[in-house]
Design a binder for this molecule. Structure first.
Ligand SMILES: [Zn+2]
Ligand SMILES: [Zn+2]
Length: 266
């Protein structure tokens, strides 16, 4: 599975890595899987050209925080009329309700689920099946637990003979880690680590992860499973990376910045 980390920052600013422009870097959560499926549609979605946006068939939403949906309404507007079928967004009922009530409400943004007509809209909002399982573009998707103070989920995505788990935004959630560890073909966990250890209290209040929690909870994973660290808050990137490198010697870790792509399995 090829994952393009179109956006994987915890904000829209950042300490620009050597060789990267700020434009390359400071974009929020949007991962593209094998070219046709998005996980979330934060400002990273704005990295795509129009022809790339047209090819997106499904958008799997983890939750409705703005850094994960900001570009969804703008993207649908950009490609309006260019697709023969609607772009399908998937979410928990509470997530879709936020989109309907607060975003696509004909006040903040037009309701593209009824434009140009309710029968043939540019966008459909689909509840994840009650089974917690669906298949999109050949990818088998399973909902995982997340703890973020609002309706939120993680995802396990299986492509052929390997799977990758995504934490979404979540504070410490042992159920997520146990489920991921139980997947026999798990190759990597894409996990948010928003804060360094000095901001553990802020992480707790905001229901995000900090370094020591990632170290503690990831211990349940088999040794060969890699960690991909995302959603680092702007200005803390190097500190978080240094703390994780110091604490986890026997686990492969990747620290992508927005615009990077990774082919799994590593
Ligand atoms: Zn969030
Ligand atoms: Zn977020």
């Amino acid at each position: 599975m090829k994952i393009d980390f179109l956006g994987c920052s915890g904000g829209i600013e950042g300490s620009t890595p050597v060789g990267k422009s700020l434009n390359d870097y400071a974009r929020t959560t949007c991962y593209r899987l094998n070219g046709h499926v998005l996980i979330d549609a934060g400002t990273g979605a704005g990295r795509m050209g129009m022809s790339e946006m047209v090819r997106i068939e499904h958008i799997l939403l983890t939750h409705a925080h703005l850094d994960h949906i900001a570009c969804l309404p703008l993207m649908i507007d950009t490609i309006a009329g260019l697709r023969k079928t609607p772009t399908c967004a998937w979410g928990l009922p509470g997530v879709l309700n936020v989109l309907r009530t607060h975003i696509l409400n004909d006040a903040v943004w037009p309701d593209f689920t009824a434009i140009p007509s309710p029968e043939h809209p540019f966008l459909t909002l689909n509840e994840y099946p009650a089974s917690g399982r669906l298949e999109v573009e050949g990818l088998k998707v399973e909902l995982l637990s997340a703890t973020h103070g609002i309706p939120a989920c993680g995802l396990l995505v299986r492509d052929g003979d390997h799977s990758v788990a995504f934490s979404g935004d979540s504070g410490p959630d042992p159920t997520f880690w146990a489920s991921a560890a139980a997947a026999p073909d798990l190759t990597a966990v894409v996990v948010e680590c928003s804060y360094p250890n000095r901001e553990a209290e802020l992480a707790r209040i905001s229901k995000h992860m900090h370094v020591d929690e990632v170290v503690r909870l990831s211990a349940i994973l088999p040794r060969h499973v890699s960690l991909v660290i995302v959603h680092r808050k702007p200005g803390r990137e190097r500190e978080i990376q240094a703390q994780l490198n110091a604490a986890l010697h026997d686990r492969r870790m990747e620290f992508p910045v927005s615009g990077d792509s990774i082919d799994f399995p590593l």
